[in-house]
Design a binder for this molecule. Structure first.
Ligand code: SF4
Length: 378
């Protein structure tokens, strides 16, 4: 039998995956893409041509890319759907995951480009991956505001411009603008493959809001004029993996969180505390309501009630713990010495009863700093 030898550990395969990801055309784009409509500040860094300040490897995002590629390839081969098609106007560009054409539109294309089953209405589909951690929230609330802006932008570009006149899709471009009426968001759980489909009509208002959003970013002269849509590293995961995180928040100094870099004077502190108090008020109202509901449904059995499922956690459980009395008897039987721990409380009491001063020493208590905000009194 061969003996295992200790050698240099194998490099992480995510290093290779990251190198491939960085070489993708979209990673080098300067023009804003529809998928950049999540954080104004981040979009502004990109638009103003800033070099990324942070090297981020996000295995979760790369897994999402792989799942995308696999699923869109399968949809193209099996369903004949149009996948990864380019759309653009002067302000924004994007690559639409899937377009499922209706029969009337599909008839204008060569037979090989028609869907096997046409859609009832021209449909734009966007595939999103999620962890189980965010799955409940996804099924309950569907797409987020930035996700809706992104997919409505694709639909608007198809409605107004049609497919971009680019290599590999000239035939599609000749269709001209196509009327998209339906949006399909397909969510895939990265952990177990579960699928959830949200279908909604095209919403011109959200599409216009996205135009306005992009316009605001393009009007900035410097990225710092753009609004931060997230609360920074350690709070919002999007910031943990943002290539401009250091440009946006600065570097951590003296072990303090980077968010502290944006508070410079008393007025800034006052503004933050006002936000804290407002947020606390909302939180305490919500907490009261949750406590009430917890009491109100106390007698209800686990199970489905309307759109929600009730479960009970934290009931009494039996767990194994060392039996100290039995152990003492066992040690005694074995003739082993029983470990003893000095009982400080008992010793203090004994010294006090004997009228002897209790010797003291200074001990630094380490505890996380907690914020305490109260109303100021005159
Ligand atoms: S760190 Fe967060 S707030 Fe700043 S640009 Fe990136 S995503 Fe936006």
């Amino acid at each position: 039998m061969s003996t295992p030898t200790i050698s240099d550990p194998s490099p992480s395969i995510w290093v290779a995956a990251d190198a491939i990801d960085r070489a993708r055309p979209r990673s080098r784009q300067r023009q804003l893409g529809a998928s950049d409509t999540a954080c104004e500040r981040r979009a502004a860094y990109k638009l103003h041509g800033w070099e990324p300040t942070d090297v981020v490897i996000s295995p979760a995002a790369m897994l999402g890319t792989y799942i995308h590629e696999g699923l869109t390839t399968a949809a193209r081969r099996e369903f004949g759907w149009l996948v990864e098609k380019k759309v653009a106007d002067a302000a924004v560009r994007g690559s639409v995951d899937i377009v499922q054409l209706d029969q009337v539109t599909a008839r204008q294309l060569p037979r090989r480009m028609r869907p096997k089953v046409p859609a009832e209405q021209n449909t734009v589909e966007d595939i999103k991956t999620r962890t189980t951690y965010r799955w409940d929230e996804t099924v309950r609330y569907g797409a987020t505001a930035p996700e809706l802006r992104q997919v409505m932008t694709y639909a608007r570009l198809l409605n107004t411009e049609g497919f971009e006149d680019a290599d590999g899709q000239r035939v599609l471009a000749r269709l001209g603008p196509i009327r998209v009426e339906k949006i399909r968001l397909r969510f895939i759980c990265r952990d177990n493959g579960e699928e959830f489909i949200q279908e909604i009509p095209y919403d011109a208002e959200i599409a216009e809001e996205a135009v306005w959003w992009l316009q605001r970013v393009s009007e900035t002269e410097h990225p710092e004029q753009a609004h931060r849509d997230f609360l920074g590293p350690g709070i919002d995961a999007v910031c943990d993996y943002c290539p401009f995180a250091t440009a946006c928040w600065g570097a951590s100094a003296n072990g303090r969180p980077v968010q502290s870099n944006i508070v410079h004077n008393r007025a800034d502190v006052a503004e933050q505390l006002a936000d804290y108090v407002a947020a606390h008020r909302q939180w305490s109202e919500a907490d009261r309501k949750k406590k009430f509901v917890r009491k109100a449904v106390d007698a209800a059995e686990e199970g489905r009630y309307g759109p929600n499922v009730l479960g009970w956690a934290g009931e009494d459980k039996t767990e194994q713990k060392p039996d100290v009395r039995a152990m003492i008897e066992l040690f005694d039987t074995l003739g082993a010495s029983i470990p003893t721990v000095p009982d400080a409380d008992r010793m203090v009491r004994a010294l006090m009863v004997a009228g002897i001063a209790v010797p003291m020493r200074n001990v630094v208590k380490r505890a996380p700093r907690r914020i305490d905000v109260r109303v100021a009194r005159e």
